[in-house]
Design a protein around this ligand. Structure first.
Ligand code: GLN
Length: 537
């Protein structure tokens, strides 16, 4: 029988429920359990695909093409197993399903209500993953903060489900904040007491408290929390601020979070987590032998979360290369022909980020031309690859007015054009080319050498594509299409044959980089940047 762990958040948002969930899952996985994590988001968007990255950070895409919350990226990076559509559910999707059922007549005669119809749908979604019979433990993270109006149906669903599941089959971990008042030089427990009361009002008694804090919590504080919040002192865990999110599994192991969880769920303890590979990675991450500085050219740079997976991929690939990757965000809107040399001074490579729309394109093209001509390593992802194709068409192939149809819909030379299948699509939500697609890499190319194989599969999220009308022209040039989808013949990779490292990919390699499997393209790109840095000295 599958066991369920629910993770709620109290006091404030952004406490890192995703990281705590992923860390616990990692420890349980190391102990020999099959675990997955699911996130329930209380907003009304059906998925985060239509949300501006400024609002909600990056949209993470799963193998099966679901547009999901960026926390799923953490789950995959920590657990090294893919997630799917079932791992992320929003209030919007719950209501959409219930309303569709109502329109079909499934509830004929009944008044459709939050309880039981919405709560039933939530309960079903929580249990959906267990139907695959793949997991012994499912961790369900409830987005938002206890006390929010939006969270109420979720808490009610958990309250009911805990009864249905019976004793020792589920538990609730409440992640909370213990603020430090510097004037009083004291850690304060009151906000946590209130947030636990709020949970209790919803009929839920947390089993374990995980306390985010800037300072070590004393025994007295643990005792006090235990007394006021109805938990045993052993179940008050400290989650102290860590230098990196990758420290958290080790910190949680010290607090014995995994052991307490297993005891409460009446599960075997399994073998003690050694985290061998994980600790090797941490060691390399913390003691880099050198530093390399790379520019990230994008337009959502104000918010690091907008490019979360790219930043994390640089952390993984930096560790492989035993170097610290310093990522410098460069706002494409601020780049001009005049200032480009100054902007890229001291950088050993640039990555041109994914994106949508016309804003910031000019700056990206200027940056690409500069690094192409100066032999500085270049990595283009999705829009970044499309810009590399446009730049080359304009400046090298001298195709006048070459452009992406996304930027200039009336261009006579759409070297990047809307995909045929996209032409009739009107709705914007969930309609892009999404999820994993196969790609064949031509032999004797840099890309094949990097992947060490000919057939790969990578994840996508885009509407525009390399226009195959220009395939022959490009194949005869130095910017060659070298990765092709075997079914649709869409171009997935281009590389410059006369440049030390100039690769553009239509897919998103950053979505598949994990601690245990850093993405080969990122590893190779960082290496190329180190080589460039060494050559320049
Ligand atoms: N806007 C481009 C497209 O839709 C690129 C998308 C992306 O970078 N994810 O094709």
């Amino acid at each position: 029988m599958t066991k369920y762990i629910f993770v709620t958040g109290g006091v404030t948002s952004s406490l890192g429920k995703g990281i705590i969930s992923a860390s616990l899952a990692k420890l349980l996985q190391e102990r020999g359990f099959t675990v997955t994590i699911q996130k329930l988001d209380p907003y009304i968007n059906v998925d985060p695909g239509t949300l501006n990255p400024y609002e909600h950070g990056e949209c993470y895409v799963t193998e099966d093409g679901a547009e999901t919350d960026l926390d799923l990226g953490h789950y995959e990076r920590f657990l090294n197993i893919p997630t799917s559509q079932a791992n992320n559910v929003t209030t919007g999707r719950i209501y959409q399903t219930v309303i569709e059922k109502e329109r079909r007549g499934d509830f004929l005669g009944k008044t459709v209500q939050v309880i039981p119809h919405i709560t039933d749908e939530i309960k079903q979604r929580i249990q959906l993953i267990s139907k695959e019979n793949k997991y012994e433990i499912i961790i369900t993270e409830i987005g938002g903060t206890v006390g929010d109006i939006e969270s109420l149906p979720y808490l009610e669903a958990i309250r009911q489900l805990r009864w249905d599941l019976g004793e020792h089959n589920s538990l609730v971990i409440h992640l909370t904040l213990i603020p430090y008042l510097s004037a009083a030089k004291e850690l304060k427990t009151k906000p946590t007491q209130h947030s636990v009361k709020e949970l209790q009002k919803a009929g839920i008694q947390p089993d374990i408290l995980v306390c985010r804090t800037e300072h070590t919590i004393s025994d007295d504080i643990r005792k006090k929390l235990a007394l006021f919040c109805n938990v045993s002192k052993k179940d008050v865990m400290e989650a102290i601020d860590a230098p990196t999110i990758y420290d958290v599994p080790v910190l949680m192991q010290k607090e014995k979070l995994d052991k307490r969880v297993l005891k409460k769920l009446s599960l075997r303890l399994g073998k003690d987590p050694k985290l061998v590979q994980w600790k090797q990675f941490l060691q390399k991450l913390k003691c880099p032998k050198k530093t390399v500085t790379i520019g990230l050219v994008g337009k959502y740079n104000e918010l690091q979360d907008a490019y979360k997976s790219i930043y994390e991929s640089f952390i993984h690939s930096g560790a492989v290369n035993e170097c610290k990757v310093k990522v410098i965000p460069l706002h494409s809107g601020d780049i001009s022909k005049k200032n480009i040399a100054k902007k890229l001074k001291g950088l050993s490579g640039i990555l041109v980020a994914p994106g949508f729309g016309e804003r910031g394109i000019k700056g990206k093209l200027i940056a690409i031309q500069y690094v192409r001509e100066k032999n500085i390593p270049f990595f283009g992802i999705c829009l970044g690859m499309q810009c590399a194709v446009v730049e080359y068409a304009k400046n090298v192939l001298k195709i006048k007015n070459a452009a992406s149809a996304e930027v200039h819909p009336k261009t006579p030379h759409p070297v990047i054009d809307l995909m045929q299948k996209q032409k009739k699509i009107i709705n914007l939500g969930g309609t892009m080319r999404l999820g994993a697609f196969k790609c064949h890499i031509l032999p004797q190319t840099k890309s094949q050498n990097i992947y060490k194989k000919n057939a790969i599969s990578e994840r996508h999220r885009h509407r525009y594509e390399f226009n195959n009308k220009y395939l022959n022209t490009f194949s005869a040039s130095h910017l060659k299409p070298v990765g092709i989808n075997p079914e649709s013949e869409l171009v997935e990779i281009v590389e410059h044959t006369q440049h030390p490292w100039f690769i553009g990919v239509q897919f998103h390699p950053e979505l598949k980089s994990t601690v245990e499997n850093p993405h080969p393209l990122f590893v190779s790109f960082v290496k190329a940047c180190l080589d460039y840095q060494a050559r320049k000295k």
